[in-house]
Every structure is written in C-alpha cells, then in structure tokens.
Design a protein. Structure first.
Length: 185
C-alpha cells in the first residue's frame, strides 16, 4: 500500500457495547480498495472487496494477508448488525451523511418501510388502517438467527402491507407503507 490519496478521511462516531470511539477511514492507493482505519492510538491498513453475495472480503496485509468475510446489515438508521467469524456485533455509526435506508418518503407523505437485509419475515403486527406512532414495530425480519425489528419512522396510518409472516425478502423489499397525516386522533 502506498501513501494516502484521500486528504479528507471520513470521521465516524462508532458505538459498540456502550463504548463510543471516533474512527477515521481514509482511502489509500486510490481505486484499489485499500483503506487506513484509525481510532485512538491504533491504525490498521486493510483491503476490502465486495463479494457477489454482498458481503465484504476484508484482508489485513500485516497479519499475513488473512481474509475474513464480513456481513454488514443496516437494521435501523445509523444502526448496524455486523457478522464476522461466527460472531455478531451491533453498532451505532453516525457520520452526518448517512440517510435512513429502512424508510423512503414520497412527496405525498407515504413512507415505504423496507427490509434492511435479506431474511425471513417473522411477524407483521400491523394491518391496513392501523394508526402507528414513530418507533412502533411494523415488521420483524430474521437474518442470521437474529430478529431485527423494523419500525415506523414517522406517525401515520398503514396504507399497505406487502408481506406476511414466513415470506423470504431481499434487502430493500417494501414491507409496509405508512401514509402520514391521515390520523383522526
């Protein structure tokens, strides 16, 4: 790996197990998937390549080019489930630039709530016409033996339910649509 080519590294606030760190990620050897990841007094250089499955192959040259397969799923805005070597870790990552991918809004106030990862739908505790509050569970998706709750991002009324328990879903599949502003209180 050569000298850093990215003069503006990404700075992320990462919280794992209640402990928060400022992590810096910068590209080195532009275009080759090489990065320097630093926090505290630690710094690691690694190579990362996205596999056809969507997982990342992460290679650390200083450890004899050991390769590990890393699966990262966004379970809620700024919340990740990271699976590596048979272990699963939940992390909160904030960088100010990320957008929630578990909900997409349209100009007419509809929010399509989507699966954050591929998996199997375990529960859908809402039906068309239900009034929901922000943060209320709309579906539960199981992936890698962990249940991940998908919640409403804003209050509204459920206008469409596009999945049922037992369905297999891909990441980004619309599970429930919530329309804002139709509550009768």
């Amino acid at each position: 790996m050569g000298a850093a080519t990215n003069r503006n590294p990404a700075r992320l606030r990462v919280e794992i197990g209640g402990k928060s760190q400022l992590v810096s990620v910068e590209s080195v050897d532009s275009g080759l998937g090489c990065y320097r990841v630093s926090w505290g007094d630690r710094s690691y250089e690694l190579e990362a390549v996205q596999l056809p499955s969507g997982a990342l192959s992460v290679i650390t040259p200083k450890s004899g080019h050991e390769s590990r397969e890393l699966h990262v799923y966004e379970t809620a805005p700024e919340e990740l489930l990271i699976a590596i070597g048979g272990r699963q870790v939940r992390a909160r990552v904030a960088d100010g630039r990320r957008r929630a991918r578990t909900s997409t809004a349209s100009p007419d106030g509809e929010h399509s709530v989507v699966a954050p990862m591929p998996g199997r739908v375990v529960r859908v505790p809402v039906a068309v016409g239900d009034v929901v509050e922000a943060g209320q569970p709309l579906a539960v998706v199981e992936a890698m033996k962990m249940e991940n709750e998908v919640t409403a991002q804003a209050p509204g009324v459920v206008s469409d339910v596009r999945t049922t328990a037992g369905d297999s879903v891909d990441a980004g599949a619309v599970l429930v649509v919530v329309t804002a502003g139709e509550q009768d209180g």
